[in-house]
Design a protein around this ligand. Sequence first.
Ligand code: PAF
Length: 292
Amino acid sequence: MERSGSKEEVRQAVGAARREGKRVALVPTMGALHEGHLSLVRAACERADYVIVSLFVNPMQFAPGEDFEAYPRDLDGDLTLLAAEGADFVFAPSAETMYAPDASVTVDPGPLGAVWEGASRPTHFRGVCTVVAKLFAITSPALGFFGEKDYQQLQVVRRMARDLDLPVRVVGCPIVRHADGLAMSSRNAYLSADQRAAAPVLYHALRTAETLALGGETDTRALAGAMAETIAAEPLARIDYAAVVHPETLEPLDALDGPARAIVAAHVGATRLIDNMALVGGDGGEAKAGDA
Ligand code: PAF
């Protein structure tokens, strides 16, 4: 496995791989890798011949006062995991390498970046789109792998690739969960033991909606209300939102009469957690759900 923080070196490695006819994939990460990230690397290794993993805690997607400094970092641990998975190249640039001191052009995520997570974190998706567009430009991947855990991010990045005609296929991969249902996230490391025990409430809320949907409930207000009640019953959790939305536009749906996504966000202590689940409403009130 090669490793470099240099844009030039990763470009050269990608150029050589492409000349050999290899299909190149990028798995963008902020490091502190867990099983969720490794599932992306495995998916990339299955579908591509040359897999680049980027490790970069992107300052631009953190607002002042957010957890940029506290965000977990473990370069040595990450490198060991990635070597074991068979990644071909680890691109771990410095902030100075990624951003010129007077960098001023950014990527506007559009309205899709202004809702839900964007309402709580108004500059977040501009930072994500800018760094992902730069990583795509540096590594020229045919495929880019993103987890469904950050569902809105996946949709925003897909829309960016479509609207900017970026020659990359954005691949979404299923959420990886702990045994108690909590979605894997680097931010879970912030939770105290009590908070960690409370955190699966987001998953329980989603399962409540799924169960209601499977039982034939198609009123999305009822589904969202049931999710909110589940979260409200957990004293350590404070809800931000619970909604049932269109899986691509992320607009709230009135009725569960086709593909939909249940999305939730809540603070557990000082840590803001997000989760989501596919819900599919069928004809005649029949509903089936996914992502359990
Ligand atoms: O999901 C993440 O870890 C980050 O938002 C990403 C896609 C690597 C961009 O910094």
